[in-house]
Design a protein around this ligand. Structure first.
Ligand code: GDP
Length: 442
């Protein structure tokens, strides 16, 4: 989980603080020492840590805080505010040009996740109603062009390529012309990376920049490389001038040092975060929400947005009618399951719920395999069986178990659960009916 170690330590520190009731200056100093250590262990830049702790301490030992009725909560609020500030206060969006197409250039070292992220971003923009075009400008890494074509196809965004024999500057120019002629309002240029920063790379990127004059230069960095990521960002910013950072692999980054230092060191905002290998695992970076995730206060807003993205009002109405008329079948059940899964992994979703992040999550048995079996079982049923589960007798159960690679017990369990769900739904709708009849709740 993102920030796992840091979240755990800070939450422990604050739990102790809360247990104290009234706080003294000494208590705050002690807590700040722990905060300092936790941040350093999370690989946050040491200058950033020093400044952060000083600020929090200064604000916390004022009499307004210590003499308030809830001093510990006040300290936590201050930490929350300062963490948010550290990561850039408010969400920083892409600056779209008033004269399309908006030209976005993605840069970064090899392996940072640049090509994948370029595809993810194009997919996200398309969902928002834009008409993006991808330009394959990485002519050095073998298979980079093919990779971009594959992700482009997956997210349904066209890819402009001229092979690997032309110069990236010519490809970028021709790609933009192509975009203009085809009505694309955003073009995203995937550029070449190198294993390390070198002058050739910077020279080439500077050439592209001065020729195509991008509206946004976004640097893709791997958050798992910690302070190296911050150094890379500093260097790219000095040589090229970047408008923002996309942090990838935050899903595997238990420390979070890059996320917490990049903004303070470079003064450039983190605009997006990559949270997995799937093409919809890209999220706008919200400093305030990240801060509350770190402090275990959850991230209900992101959760709600995710739900809205995947919510289909028409389907919801259909479902409601089915439940009312007791026509809810295994097909609907499967449909629901798929909708939930589209929102992300169950683990990811749970992390966003207050109190679920950090430690508690580890003890929770989130068995995604279970869901895979449930799906397999339903898919092994015939159409009739899905519509009318009561016909599933012993021999059918055996057949379904074999077909889905599960056991008869697992099939029985699911049938029982489904039956209970239906009964529960019936109760709800009956309750609704009698309430209406009796006029009790009018
Ligand atoms: P490039 O050399 O910078 O273009 O890097 P790629 O786009 O080829 O990505 C390198 C690897 O990182 C691939 O295996 C990606 O699937 C993986 N990757 C990219 N972004 C993320 C992310 O946010 N989370 C995880 N877990 N993996 C990612």
């Amino acid at each position: 989980m993102v920030f796992e170690g840091l979240a755990e330590k800070l939450q422990d520190t604050f739990k102790r603080l809360k247990g104290k009731g009234k706080l003294t200056e000494k208590d705050v100093t002690e807590a700040m020492r722990e905060v300092r250590l936790a941040l350093l262990e999370a690989d946050v830049n040491f200058k950033v840590v020093k400044e952060f702790v000083n600020k929090v301490k200064e604000r916390s030992i004022g009499s307004e805080v210590l003499e308030s009725l809830t001093p510990a909560q006040q300290v936590i609020k201050i930490v929350n505010d300062e963490l948010t500030d550290l990561m850039g206060k408010a969400q920083s969006k892409i600056n779209f040009s008033s004269k399309p197409p908006t030209i976005i250039m993605l840069v970064g070292l090899q392996g940072a996740g640049k090509t994948t992220t370029t595809g993810k971003l194009a997919g996200m923009l398309k969902k928002q109603g834009k008409r993006p075009l991808l330009i394959a400008g990485d002519v050095y890494r073998p298979a980079a062009i093919k990779q971009l074509q594959v992700v482009g196809e997956k997210v349904g965004v066209p890819v402009f390529t001229m092979g690997d024999k032309q110069s990236p500057v010519d490809i970028a120019k021709a790609g933009i012309d192509h975009g203009i002629n085809h009505g694309n309002d955003v073009v995203l240029i995937d550029t070449a990376g190198r294993l390390h920063i070198d002058e050739d790379l910077m020279g080439e990127l500077q050439d592209i920049r001065s020729t195509v004059k991008p509206h946004e230069i976004l640097l893709v960095v791997d958050s798992m490389t910690g302070q190296d990521a911050v150094n890379v960002a500093e260097h790219f910013n000095e040589k090229l001038g970047i408008d923002g950072v996309i942090l990838t692999k935050l899903d595997g980054d238990t420390r979070g040092g890059a996320a917490l230092s990049v903004r303070a060191v470079t003064n450039k905002p983190i605009k997006f975060a990559g949270l997995g290998e799937k093409l919809d695992d890209l999220e706008p970076f919200h400093p305030d929400r990240m801060a509350s995730r770190i402090l275990g206060m959850g991230d209900m807003l992101s959760l709600i947005e995710k739900a809205q993205e995947n919510f289909d009002a028409k389907k919801a109405k259909e479902l409601e009618n089915k439940i009312k008329n007791q026509q809810f079948t295994f097909d609907d059940f499967l449909d629901q399951l798929q909708q939930v899964q589209q929102m992300g992994s169950i683990g990811q979703l749970l992390e966003m719920i207050p109190g679920m992040g950090g430690k508690q999550l580890k003890n929770l048995d989130v068995d995604e395999k279970e869901l895979v079996y449930v799906k397999a079982i339903i898919q092994s049923m015939t159409k009739d069986e899905r519509q009318n589960p009561s016909i599933i007798n012993g021999s059918r159960r055996k057949r379904i178990a074999i077909g889905s690679g599960t056991s008869v017990q697992q099939v029985n369990k699911l049938l029982k659960q489904f039956d209970q769900t239906r009964k529960m739904m019936k109760q709800f709708t009956d309750m609704g009916k009698s309430a209406k009849k009796g006029g009790k709740f009018k």
